[in-house]
Design a protein around this ligand. Structure first.
Ligand code: B12
Ligand code: SF4
Length: 493
């Protein structure tokens, strides 16, 4: 059997590496990355796969459907299976032309079973965790089960990416994940979908043992080379006992600088000390907005400003850097609130600001409330603004275009706070190109300074993602469809 994984973004996806690791050795597999191939669909079709496996995020939904249809047109016998967060949130996407089956939730165990049944019966079976299309009808399989013991899974198959794309293998900064799940329930986040799916089926937040994590890192270091790490866990630390054991092993066996994310309410002096001791150079947490009321009521992120300030102090006391994540363009945000967000992050002493324009994801509470408030086009998934990266808003309310521009200058404003009054005037200028340029250059600068990597490596990462950045210049949905986005001339002064 031959499987082609096809994805858009130029990163090794943990989900795909986990699936590949779970497949029997006789299955031939190859990955095709849209941003790194001249024509990923044509290359995937030329591989003559029995199954086209698509990890779908919402922002690339339209792009993925296009790829599925092109591969089917070129190689009609292929079975197209979609998975990942968008497919899990919206399994009804199986009705789309070009899609034969959808995997709901984690596929480590269910995908190999699905493939075995496909090989035996010649057609997609509605096994637990799958929705399939039969003669145009949707047939739902049973409920999916989460993987409760992460140590029972094989190590992710990085080789799938590294043998095909040496530039990914040669990166000195590599990503790792020690856990799955998050105990919080923020209104804009994927965990709303996953935790609902797995409710009552065992512990949702799961963690590999420190021994297992260290063995993985040591193996990657030896096989491919490594000079720093980024843990992409949503919340790296929740358990002090785990961290103590990890610190001990990591210092002894790895000893490289790393980046990770925490949540302020659970952050203590002891955790800060252990992180520092183990080699953490930068800690991230999500601020999202400076407005505590909106953070609680609109975003359901139940963390106070005081808790954030306390966590920031602990991080700084240990000599680590702080990266915060913020979202501009919350429903009905004002330009004053957007600038207040920058000022709050300055108060926190954030060294780096990772800023996005808020984009709603399907089946999350923020999507539902924005629809109800009438600021979200029902067809937003297919909107040109809803692609690539979070730079355009799909909400329509007064002042949103000015707020999009505040996001573009936010990194620079953090570097030069004395220029804030100037930036307030600058965001009145309606030049997409100017703000795009400011954003890309300042993001490159931020990326280079926050990761211990060279300018050449940072530039390489940006160059690979260029297609997604450039898409931003192709316009906002309101302007393209001729829908005014209610920009008020008085905003942003
Ligand atoms: C790691 C990560 C990344 C990494 C990805 C690279 C990497 N090294 O993996 C990086 C940091 C690059 C990244 C980037 C982005 N990310 Co991200 N990311 C994640 C994160 C934290 C973990 C995903 C993961 O690897 N989980 C562990 C694996 C094992 O689980 P899994 O991915 O769910 O895979 C399992 C199943 O889904 C299923 N499965 C997955 N794929 C497939 C395919 C098939 C065919 C089948 C059958 C099954 C299947 O089986 C897998 C194994 O069980 C998630 C949040 C989360 N906790 O899920 C966000 C998340 C996926 N990211 C998200 C977003 C929006 C982005 C960005 C677009 C953000 C941005 N600002 O630009 C960018 C996209 C890239 C770009 N333009 O630069 C959103 C997507 C929301 C949505 N509805 O689409 C998420 C859900 C976070 C959120 N906000 O809610 N991301
Ligand atoms: S804390 Fe982060 S990962 Fe967890 S639900 Fe909130 S936004 Fe998502």
């Amino acid at each position: 059997m031959r499987i082609a994984f096809l994805q858009k973004y130029p990163f090794p996806y943990f989900g795909v590496m986990a699936l590949s690791a779970s497949l029997p050795p006789e299955v031939e597999r190859e990955v095709f990355i849209g941003d790194l191939e001249r024509d990923a669909a044509a290359s995937a079709a030329a591989f003559r796969p029995d199954v086209l496996a698509l990890p779908v995020m919402s922002l690339e939904y339209a792009w993925m459907l296009e790829q599925a249809r092109r591969v089917k047109a070129l190689h009609p016998s292929v079975t197209v299976v979609a998975g990942y967060i968008h497919a899990t949130a919206c399994p009804e996407m199986v009705a789309e032309e070009g899609i034969d089956a959808v995997c709901v939730g984690e596929g480590d165990r269910s995908f190999p079973r699905f493939l075995a049944a496909l090989r035996a019966g010649g057609k997609p079976e509605p096994l637990p965790g799958f929705w399939v299309k039969r003669r145009g009808e949707i047939v739902r399989g049973g409920e999916p089960e989460p993987i409760l013991d992460l140590d029972s899974l094989p190590e992710e198959d990085r080789d799938l990416y590294y043998r095909k794309y040496p530039s990914l293998r040669d990166e000195r900064l590599k990503h790792f994940m020690a856990s799955r799940g998050c105990p919080f329930d923020c209104a804009f986040c994927c965990h709303q979908v996953y935790s609902r799916l797995y409710r009552g089926k065992g512990r949702y937040v799961r963690r590999k043992s420190p021994e297992r994590v260290i063995a993985e890192i040591a193996g990657v270091k030896k096989r491919y080379g490594l000079s720093s790490l980024c843990f992409l866990d949503d919340v790296f630390i929740m358990d002090v006992g785990w961290l103590k054991r990890f610190t001990d092993l990591y210092r002894r066996e790895i000893g490289l600088p790393y980046f990770c994310a925490i949540t302020p309410p659970n952050f203590t002096p002891e955790i800060a000390r252990l992180l520092k001791e183990s080699g953490c150079h930068t800690v991230n947490f999500g601020v999202e907005t400076a407005s505590e009321r909106k953070r609680f009521e609109v975003l359901n992120k139940r963390v106070t400003n005081e808790e954030m300030l306390a966590a920031a102090r602990l991080i700084k006391e240990q000599g680590m850097k702080l990266q915060t994540t913020v979202m501009f363009g919350l429903p009905f945000e004002t330009v004053d609130e957007a600038f207040e967000n920058i000022r709050f992050n300055l108060r926190l002493g954030a060294d780096f600001l990772a800023s996005n324009v808020l984009l709603p994801f399907p089946k999350t509470a923020i999507e539902e409330s924005a629809r109800k408030a009438g600021i979200l086009d029902p067809d937003y998934l297919r909107s040109p603004a809803y692609r690539g990266i979070h730079l355009n808003s799909v909400f329509r309310f007064p002042g949103i275009e000015t707020i999009e521009r505040v996001q573009k200058i936010s990194h620079l404003a953090m570097r030069f706070p004395a220029l804030l009054p100037l930036f307030r005037r600058l965001v009145r200028v309606r030049s997409k190109r100017l703000f795009f340029l400011i954003y890309v250059l300042s993001s490159l600068w931020r990326y280079k300074s926050e990761k211990p990597i060279s300018w050449a490596e940072a530039a390489k990462v940006f160059w690979r993602a260029r297609k997604n950045y450039l898409r931003y210049l192709s316009g906002s949905p309101g302007r393209e469809k001729g829908i005014p986005r209610a920009e008020e001339p008085g905003q942003g002064r």
